[in-house]
Design a protein around this ligand. Structure first.
Ligand code: V55
Ligand code: FE
Length: 489
């Protein structure tokens, strides 16, 4: 009952940590810039209990939030589980009560109707709250200093969508948070709820619409004037779920759509643009010039999620799952076609930007690169399972230049976050922070690189005495934007 099955997602570097950590002053090689004052938050799946059904997908692990506190050249680390309803019920029971990912039909009857979220996908700070997010459930509020969980939040009852994206966008000019929930009326429902939340954390705009088919809508784009919904056929089906198959699957027969809505528009203003089948998930940035609207995402020829299998039974094709950052363009006032321009030869996913330039024309993008032509020492590091990132790439959209950091043959990287050198530094002038998985030592390091000089390698390596298994997303928050620090935090 308390042992994890000996599967790749539960063993080696993926062994669940299940440990909450406080380290006041981590060892550092090199120099952490003394004026960096803030917290790098990140979150990832870390299952508390062995899987109820004998196996599970990586995306269904309980959210473990890490907070790296930077102050005066020193760095501390705090890790806490997001105490979701699921986490608390299972801790109480001493075993897993919730079964498969986004599938309630194989849960213990005692948890029927409970929120199934794991809060494992992103941690976003807005209006004084740290929000731990999973796209199948409402935001879970945590204290930004103590990481104490306050509970799920429905915006004083105004959030009626059952779901809330893990990729809301913060408007650097207005302080608004732009968000949506898909399958907002339950698993595999086609409904999308779109929300604008003001800088004080109040929902000030809402509209509902239906997507062309029920599917996974992991990320979206926001420009100064429009909001963009890429619809890619990672379809969902209640029939699949009831049959005990994965609720989501890849349907290569379906077209791809881009929904474009004015930011304060309602369903009647929504336009659908259309193209043939392709795969996309994360968004680097989006912007508009009048009615011409652009969104930059990695695009692959086919499905990148082997655990959401092809609905026809076709095998997963890793070669066709390689993604390249591509600019989509549409004209809100024009016809329904979509133009595409590939922006790089680098294959990768997990795009980031200098978030001060979100929603507008921008120059600097960063991407996690999977480059199998680089050396990998399988003898020392073990075989690769799942997501693998061995380089960080900087794309200068103005010059087309690429600057690349390679992490070496016994390591891989997790998604970085950009930290501006100062509040008013020019775009791209700052740092990237990223976790490095040291497979040979079963340990993690947090690296700080100069975002303009990635190929020179880290300015500082913050040494962890433990490993943090692959997480999903995280964000830097400057101390001046946080609430006052409580005395003992
Ligand atoms: C993604 C990740 C998720 C999820 C749905 O990267 C999509 C895509 C970590 O959880 O539930
Ligand atoms: Fe994501």
């Amino acid at each position: 009952m308390n042992t994890f099955p000996p599967l790749p997602i539960y063993t080696g570097f993926n062994t669940p940590l299940r440990m909450e950590v406080d380290i006041h002053d981590l060892e550092i090689e090199g120099e952490v810039p003394k004026d960096l004052d803030g917290i790098f938050y990140r979150v990832g799946p870390d299952p508390q209990c062995p899987p109820r059904l004998g196996n599970d997908i990586y995306f269904n692990g309980d959210g473990m939030v890490s907070a790296f506190r930077f102050e005066n050249g020193k760095v501390g680390l705090k890790c806490r589980y997001a105490r979701t309803d699921k986490f608390l019920l299972e801790r109480d029971a001493g075993r897993a009560l919730f079964g498969a990912y986004r599938n309630p039909f194989f849960d213990d009857p005692s948890v029927e109707g409970r929120i199934r979220g794991t809060a494992n996908t992103n941690v976003v700070y807005h209006a004084g709250n740290l929000l731990a997010l999973k796209e199948d459930s409402p935001p879970l509020v945590m204290d930004p200093w103590t990481l104490e969980t306050k509970g799920y939040y429905d915006y004083e009852g105004v959030l009626t969508s059952e779901t809330f994206t893990a990729h809301p966008k913060l408007d650097p000019h207005t302080g608004e948070m732009i968000a949506f929930g898909y399958s907002a009326k339950g698993i595999a429902s086609p409904d999308v709820a779109y929300y604008v939340i003001d800088k004080n954390g109040k929902i000030v705009h809402e509209t509902w619409f239906e997507m062309p088919y029920p599917c996974l809508v992991h990320d979206f784009g926001v420009t100064r004037d429009y909001v963009l919904f890429p619809i890619v056929p990672v379809i969902s089906s209640l029939e699949f779920a009831r049959a005990g198959r994965p609720t989501f699957g890849w349907d290569a027969s379906k077209d791809v759509y881009l929904g474009v809505l004015p930011r304060r528009g309602t369903a009647k203003d929504l336009r659908w643009f259309k193209t043939s089948n392709l795969f996309a998930s994360h968004v680097m940035n989006a912007f508009n010039d009048g009615t011409k609207v652009y969104i930059d995402t990695p695009i692959a020829e086919s499905n990148m999620f082997p655990f959401f299998p092809d609905v026809t039974g076709a095998p997963f094709d890793p070669a066709r799952a390689k993604a390249h950052i591509t600019r989509w363009s549409v004209d809100y006032a024009g016809n329904d076609s979509i133009g595409f321009e590939t922006l790089t030869t680098l294959a990768g996913e997990f795009p980031r930007i200098d978030d001060r330039y979100a929603m507008e024309a921008y120059r600097h993008g960063y991407v996690c690169v999977d480059d199998r032509t680089r050396p990998y020492d399988e003898k020392r590091a073990g075989s690769i399972t799942g997501m693998f990132i061995n380089c960080l790439g900087h794309l200068d959209h103005a010059t087309g230049e690429q600057d690349i950091y390679y992490v070496g043959p016994v390591s891989s990287l997790q998604e970085p976050a950009f930290i501006p050198r100062s509040k008013d530094a020019p775009e791209g002038d700052g740092y990237l922070v990223a976790l490095a998985n040291r497979y040979d030592e079963q340990r993690s390091d947090l690296l700080i690189l100069d975002a303009q000089r990635l190929s020179e390698g880290p300015l500082a390596t913050i040494k962890l005495p433990l490993k943090l298994r692959n997480g999903l997303h995280g964000n830097w928050v400057a101390a001046e934007d946080l609430p006052p620090r409580p005395v003992a935090a």
